[in-house]
Design a binder for this molecule. Structure first.
Ligand SMILES: C[S@@+](CC[C@H](N)C(=O)[O-])C[C@H]1O[C@@H](n2cnc3c(N)ncnc32)[C@H](O)[C@@H]1O
Length: 194
């Protein structure tokens, strides 16, 4: 798992981006979640979203990398953290009212499986909110196809994912796509329809 290797430097590398724009985008993303609900985060990493969680009936942060989880655990006492694969969620159907992920769908090997799983575990009418870097729809698109060759080989990160389109193909209803950074980053709000 590449993130076991990246974990120890993850927060330090992201720090300048967090200060300039990422923290603001995280706050905005999590503000789209319902209050006092059962919330699932997938690919929670080192817990960078923890300060922005809304009041929850129950909050569960999942992550596949053991090393990332170790760091996340040191950042919260109130949010449950567990190790699991977003492509095979260990929960019964309709266990959550909403789910979210930030910067995760670029690194999930088979995003279609993760969308199927989120659709299964989030109750009908529930929200799935994503903050993801994606293949831009403008002239930059082909540049991202090229960069993707290297990012996949080096850090298993897909730079040309069309995440909103994948969500729609999985049967989620797209409520809104907010473009950030010239369309390189999308805040995607979906509703589960069963
Ligand atoms: C770029 S990091 C983002 C971490 C955090 N969400 C953030 O915003 O800082 C991607 C994270 O997704 C996790 N991840 C990748 N594939 C996963 C999977 N199949 N199931 C769960 N987590 C996964 C990685 O281990 C990593 O922690």
């Amino acid at each position: 798992m590449i993130y076991d290797k990246l974990a120890k430097n993850y927060d330090r590398v992201l720090k300048p981006f967090e200060r300039r724009f990422l923290n603001g985008w995280r706050r905005e993303t999590l503000s789209m979640l319902p209050k006092n609900a059962r919330i699932l985060e997938i690919g929670a990493g080192t817990g960078a979203n923890f300060p922005f969680y809304p009041n929850c009936r129950h909050a569960l942060a999942g992550e596949i990398s053991g090393k990332m989880i170790e760091l996340a655990k040191s950042k919260t006492a109130s949010i449950d953290i567990a190790q699991f694969d977003a492509e095979a969620l260990p929960f019964a159907g309709n266990s959550f009212d909403a789910a979210f992920a930030t910067l995760v769908f670029c690194s999930i090997p088979n995003p279609e499986n993760a969308f199927e799983e989120l659709k299964r575990v989030v109750a009908s009418g529930g929200r799935i909110v994503l903050l993801e870097h994606v293949r831009p729809k403008n002239l930059l698109g082909s540049a991202f196809d090229f960069i993707n060759i290297f990012t996949v080989a080096l850090i298993e990160d897909h730079f040309n994912r069309e995440t909103a389109e994948l969500a729609e193909k999985a049967g989620l209803k797209i409520l809104e796509v907010r473009q950030k950074a010239f369309g390189i980053v999308n805040l995607i709000v979906c509703e589960v329809v069963k």
